[in-house]
Write a new protein. Sequence first.
Length: 403
Amino acid sequence: MKQLFLKYGKDESLKRYHPWVFSGAIHHVSEQPEDGEVVQVMGAKPNADGRSWDYEHLGTGHFQRGSIMVRILTFNDEPIDKDFYTKRIRSAYNARKTMGLAPVNDRTNAYRLVHGEGDMLSGLVIDIYKQTAVMQAHSVGMHNDRMVIAQALKEVLGDEVQNIYYKSETTLPFMAEMSDISGFLLGGSTDDVAMENGLKFHVDWLKGQKTGFFVDQRDNRALLQHYAQDRKVLNMFCYTGGFSFYAMRGGATLVHSVDSSQKAIDLTNANVELNFPDDPRHQAFCADAFKFLADMKKDDYDLIVLDPPAFAKHRAALHNALKGYTRINEKAFQKIAHGGILFTFSCSQVVTKDQFRAAVFTAAAQAKRQVRILHQLHQPADHPINIYHPEGEYLKGLVLQVE
């Protein structure tokens, strides 16, 4: 196995079990590895004579050119093989059993089984939709291991999974060098309807965003249902309309869904129709969010959801992202009815909770509205955060009452 040797003093994060090795920490390699190859990471320490070095094994993981050069999979000296993946997937599955999500039930049959670093499988995501597992690789190493991972997944879940769909065309680097980045690894089901808290939704694992649905908002959608009674609801950046059909079940008098993608609007309409056929309370609009908010009348809505896509996917975009969050929330504060409820979110990993809250507070002050925090929201338990990897806390949300 090829080895990467760290610069002296660059081993502190690994000794604290952080699962990423950055390119700037590498001193030299024993032999240049290929993207996706399993490598050992070695730490340096001076010998007693002060003229030579000793090296110790710190971790094993997938190599990949770029800023994050190694994604650590284990801090032990062990092979990355089918037994390894089976052990890790079984641990993740047992955690979901503790959460009451696995095995699936007749009210909720969608959940995240593997959440990257949170389940000590950096670069891998697996979502379960009824009897279909949708697997997504965020590293070349996980892409290379996809068939072994599928075998391990089937061994752990048995008959609970009949289909495994691999969907990584939007998440892999160096895509031009790869093949077979989408398609069924097992089965081939065309049944795309899953269920969450008794509500049905279509899962577009072929062409949809992420794995086809945003299962990370399950708990927050259920909370919104609690506040929807007798309210006029605006669901901005609606994607597949999850918040919209929860609002309808919660007793909203009117629900408007807005997205800049016509495909998202079509999915929203289809999902609303699954649950509330021919219900006149719902209407969807294909429109730019900022323009829609600017053009609407004040007091048109007394419950607004702002759940935009990530405004910043890397640190260089952080400043503009924070300006974007301030601007979109200020528009909502300006237009929401007196006593209205605002659900506002950021899914940008590089934006911290404090930075997001500061952007929202700035927006409230600029809109000159009195605001109280009712809830502070985050990702659900099946999107766990590795305590040594705080970057995994990507979803931040606030529920605000606006006077």
